[in-house]
Every structure is written in structure tokens, then in C-alpha cells.
Design a protein around this ligand. Structure first.
Ligand code: OXD
Length: 308
């Protein structure tokens, strides 16, 4: 029995150290340096290459190193493999921090004033306070509902939309495809925190943008695959979307030739809205490894049918 870390990026060594702190003596290897692929039954994965799992004939569990699982190629995984995701209060708190930073900066016109300073231009813009502002949160899972509740605490008017019905204090909740456009009508800010599934891919498209605004600000902290990029640029040209704060993209890193780099009022961050905190998440990874060894139900299992 052993653990393989199939993690793109630079954090494999940190994961390995933290896992070994809690499970000393366990074999933890960093892909592709695996001594014997047959002994691996547990993978911790982040954005692995397609087909990665085929090399591990005795795999029992794939644990995402983040909240999302769309990067794991769920449809291709053998039925007997259990898939889990990270659920961590730190991910929720960090997401709220990111979202608040974008909303407050936008509603207080900081991007304009930043530019004006360079141009020595004294130009007061529309004055807004939190009570004037309506925010719609798309996706009311663990992170989305935490963000929505946080915005309520700050005094925003908050609406939420999810695929299945939710009843959350202080939030006007909408559910189901039929009420999506109603949930965003006249919203000042729309925050996308949906999981990426076959049903939500391309949900932020031309029809969606027609139902917005004019003058809506879009925050995408879900996945790049939710957005039809060309439709967003058109909606920004047409004024329905006044500004967009994008943290996630169809292809990451965002290719140099992508028009988003040049688009005015489109602010980019490099998928950093809420990064898994290894120290606070490692406990559930280790717990799942132990549970797997004792054939017990795992924490934060993913429904393949729902895709999250
Ligand atoms: C995640 C992410 O899924 O960082 O955790 O996008």
C-alpha cells in the first residue's frame, strides 16, 4: 500500500512533508518517480495529465488536492475508484477575502482612481455604499454559501442561485435552470462559484450576458470552462458587463495571445482566489488514506453523477 502524489505545480514536496509528519513510515512517492506502480492504491492529484490513472492498476482512491474535481477526468476513471475532494474552512474564508477585495475595489472605483493618479486627473466617480449593492452568487455549495453569508454580514443585498433548492438565512435563493436569469436581473455583481460539470460548462454565455446589466460586474472564481470567452468580450463591448474579475481560465496559464490580456476593465489573477492550505487540509487526506485501509466510508466523497 502506498500513496502517489500526482500534482502539477510546485507543491508536491510540501504535501509529502506534511503527509509524512502525520503518517511516518508510509511510502509516499512523487509521480513519475514511482518504484512500483502496482503498490499504489491512493493518489493525491492536482491537474494530472489525461490517462494518468491507467498506470496504477490497483488504485482505490483519488483524492483531489483542491475543492474542484473537474481536473481529474471523472468520466474516464474506473467505477471502483472512489473520488474525494478537499472541504476546508480555510478555502471558504480565503475565497470570501478574494471576493470582497474585488467587490470593494470595484464599487469604490479604485481601478479608475489608480489610473487617474498617473494622469493627474481629479475625477470623482459614482459614489456607492454596501447597502446600495446587490450581489448574486452562482453556486451555493460549501464555498458559495459561506461567501454569500459573509456578504450578508457585511450588509450587501445577496441573492444566490443553485441547481437544487436552498434555504439560507438572509439570502434570496433561486434554483433550477428556469430561474437563473431572474436571479441575476439588475444585480450589480455576479460571482460565479459553480462547479464545472456538463450542465454548467459555458453557462456564462451570450444569453446569460443579455440578461445582465447594463453595468454588471462579473467575478469568475469557478472555472474558466464556465465562460464563453468571446461572448464575455462582446458583452463588455456592449456595456452589459462593465468589468470582469477573472481568476480562472479555459487554459492556464492564460496563453499570451489571448484577447483577455488586452481587454479594458478586465482584471486577471492567476488562479489564486483560494488556494488549498496544505497544513489545514492534510488531516482529511491522511484520514481518508486510513479509512481506505480499513474499508470505511471516506470523507468528502464526490458524486460522479453530479460531478462534484
Ligand atoms: C480548487 C481550486 O479547486 O483551487 O481548490 O481551484
Amino acid at each position: 500500500m502506498s500513496i502517489a502524489l500526482v500534482i502539477s505545480g510546485i507543491r508536491s514536496n510540501d504535501w509529502k512533508t506534511e503527509i509524512l509528519n502525520l503518517l511516518p513510515g508510509t511510502k509516499v512517492e512523487i509521480y513519475p518517480h514511482i518504484e512500483d506502480f502496482k503498490t499504489v492504491d491512493f493518489i493525491l492529484a492536482w491537474k494530472p495529465d489525461q490517462g494518468y490513472h491507467n498506470q496504477f492498476p490497483n488504485l482505490k482512491v483519488i483524492q483531489s488536492a483542491g475543492a474542484g474535481v473537474d481536473h481529474l477526468y471523472l468520466d474516464l476513471l474506473p467505477e471502483q475508484v472512489t473520488i474525494c475532494k478537499i472541504v476546508d474552512p480555510m478555502l471558504q474564508k480565503d475565497m470570501l477575502e478574494h471576493v470582497l477585495t474585488c467587490i470593494l475595489s470595484s464599487m469604490k472605483n479604485f481601478p479608475d482612481y489608480f489610473l487617474d493618479k498617473f494622469l493627474k486627473r481629479w475625477r470623482p466617480q459614482k459614489y456607492q455604499t454596501i447597502e446600495d449593492v446587490t450581489v448574486t452568487v452562482l453556486g451555493l455549495g460549501k464555498i458559495g454559501s459561506y461567501v454569500a453569508a459573509g456578504l450578508v454580514r457585511f450588509g450587501f443585498n445577496v441573492r444566490g442561485w443553485s441547481s437544487s433548492p436552498k434555504d439560507l438565512e438572509g439570502i434570496t435563493c433561486f434554483s433550477g435552470e428556469g430561474s437563473l436569469y431572474e436571479s441575476i436581473r439588475d444585480a450589480d455583481f455576479i460571482i460565479n462559484i459553480l462547479p464545472l460539470t456538463a450542465d454548467t460548462r459555458g453557462i456564462l454565455n451570450g444569453y446569460f450576458f443579455q440578461a445582465c446589466g447594463p453595468g454588471t460586474v462579473l467575478l469568475n472564481v469557478g472555472r474558466g470552462g464556465h465562460v464563453v470567452d468571446r461572448d464575455l468580450l462582446e458583452a463588455m463591448d456592449g456595456g452589459n458587463i462593465k468589468a470582469a474579475y477573472l481568476d480562472v481560465f479555459q487554459h492556464e496559464p492564460l496563453p499570451e495571445e489571448h484577447p483577455f490580456w488586452q481587454a479594458k476593465n478586465l482584471f486577471l489573477t492567476p488562479h489564486v482566489a483560494s488556494r488549498t492550505n496544505i497544513k489545514s487540509s492534510v488531516g482529511q487526506v491522511v484520514e481518508n488514506y486510513k479509512r481506505m485501509m480499513h474499508n470505511q466510508p471516506l470523507l468528502n466523497e464526490v458524486s460522479r453523477k453530479k460531478g462534484y
